[in-house]
Design a protein around this ligand. Structure first.
Ligand SMILES: C=CC1=C(C)c2cc3[nH]c(cc4nc(cc5[nH]c(cc1n2)c(C)c5CCC(=O)O)C(CCC(=O)O)=C4C)c(C)c3C=C
Ligand code: FE2
Ligand code: FE2
Length: 365
């Protein structure tokens, strides 16, 4: 059947709000086969690689998926934890904490999490929220800066699920939160906590995930939003333009990506005489392969090789209380007008009157 069979319609059940955190996705295991499955799904998404399918798919299946999975699996193995992939571990923890913080504020909201590629899938998580009675769902992509390559792809995943549903919930979607004051506060607190423990370096480098430069010229606001987050954080930390730089990491393929590249910047900073460098990744709300391997391991190597003396990766927002508070703020703003507190829920008397009204309507029909 094209559209899922729905449970029998019930009158007068209390409306319920669900919140779905969606992150990129990660392999199920740090092994070649699992990484190949994950990369095949991820890199087949036309939002991620915009090359015409007839050209791209033979390259993807004929070259990339034969060579890259083994190399990437070795990198994943270097950051994998007892509980699984860091990206999944942190995203799950963020959902649990958010549920707790919202509960403390009296918000009757069901919080869940999903991955755009791999497991748990968006479709499974949305099915679950619906099965729990959520007829209003807020989808919150874990990308502070909007990009067609990431945020819009979450939208595509959402709309693919909607296309299978007979009884659609009411849906809201958070497009971006790159300049949300509570997000900037959380970033600043994360850096300041680190400074308090480890001392302050000579220079702070903010490294964001890159995207093909072409997307900027085609109207993607990602680059501008990264720059704005960087400026707001610099002002909030009281740093001069000279004490902080911004760069883009994780280039994929041969095309030009947003510049300056992180790798070149690390080397240039060492050559400029910066001895003690601290690197922070504000665009990644959770530590993952790109921060724990590329920044914390490869980046250190590049900086020290080029003459730097001390290198530190400041952890991502992860489970920092200021970040979970920021998520609460974002959720509360985007669920405004939806009944989420105990007082908003229909009282038994309201339910009874709804039932009587339904009966009366039934009798008229
Ligand atoms: C900040 C958000 C991200 C943007 C924008 C983004 C764009 C983008 N990424 C690739 C290719 C790869 N990215 C990979 C890993 C990866 N990317 C993000 C986030 C953004 N990507 C995260 C959080 C992760 C880590 C996933 C994890 O499991 O920890 C990878 C896989 C790893 C590897 O093989 O190197 C690829 C490939 C493209 C092409 C792109 C924009 C066009
Ligand atoms: Fe990526
Ligand atoms: Fe990478």
């Amino acid at each position: 059947m094209r559209y899922a069979t729905e449970p029998a319609h019930r009158h007068g059940h209390a409306p319920r709000v669900g919140v779905l955190l969606v992150n990129l996705g990660t392999p199920d295991a740090p092994q070649t086969d699992a990484v190949r499955r994950y990369l095949a799904e991820f890199l087949s998404d036309p939002r991620v690689v915009e090359i015409p399918r007839a050209i791209w798919l033979p390259i993807l299946h004929g070259i990339i998926l034969r060579v890259r999975p083994a190399k990437s699996a070795a990198k994943y193995a270097s950051v994998w934890t007892q509980e699984g992939s860091p990206l999944a571990v942190w995203t799950r923890k963020q959902a649990t904490l958010l549920q707790g913080y919202l509960g403390e504020r009296g918000e009757q909201v069901v919080v869940s999490w999903a991955m755009r590629y791999g497991q748990p899938s968006m479709a499974a998580a949305l099915d679950q929220l619906k099965a729990q009675g959520c007829d209003r769902i807020l989808v919150l992509p874990m990308y502070p800066q909007y990009s067609g390559t990431t945020t819009a792809s979450v939208w595509d995943g959402l709309s693919a699920w909607c296309a299978t549903q007979r009884n659609l919930p009411e849906i809201r979607f958070v497009r971006q939160h790159h300049d949300e004051p509570a997000y900037i506060d959380a970033l600043a607190e994360r850096v300041q906590d680190f400074w308090q423990r480890e001392g302050r370096g000579d220079h702070l480098l903010l490294s964001f995930h890159g995207v093909p430069e072409r997307t900027l010229h085609l109207g993607d606001p990602y680059h501008c939003q990264c720059l704005k987050t960087g400026r707001l954080l610099r002002e909030r930390l009281g740093l001069t333009a000279d004490q902080m730089s911004l760069s883009f990491q994780s280039r994929f393929g041969k095309a030009k990506w947003l510049e300056p590249y992180t790798e070149a910047t690390l080397k240039a900073l060492a050559k400029r005489g910066i001895k003690h460098l601290q690197v922070f990744c504000p665009g990644f709300p959770a530590d993952c392969l790109e921060t724990l391997e590329e920044i914390a391991i490869e980046g250190r190597h590049d900086f020290l090789q080029a003459g730097g003396q001390r290198y530190e990766h400041i952890p991502c927002l992860n489970d920092h209380p200021a970040w979970i508070r920021a998520l609460v703020d974002i959720v509360q703003r985007h669920t405004a007008g939806w009944p989420t507190t105990r007082e908003d829920q229909p009282r038994p008397a309201d339910l009874e009157s709804q039932r009587l009204r339904a009966l009366a309507l039934g009798a008229q029909a």
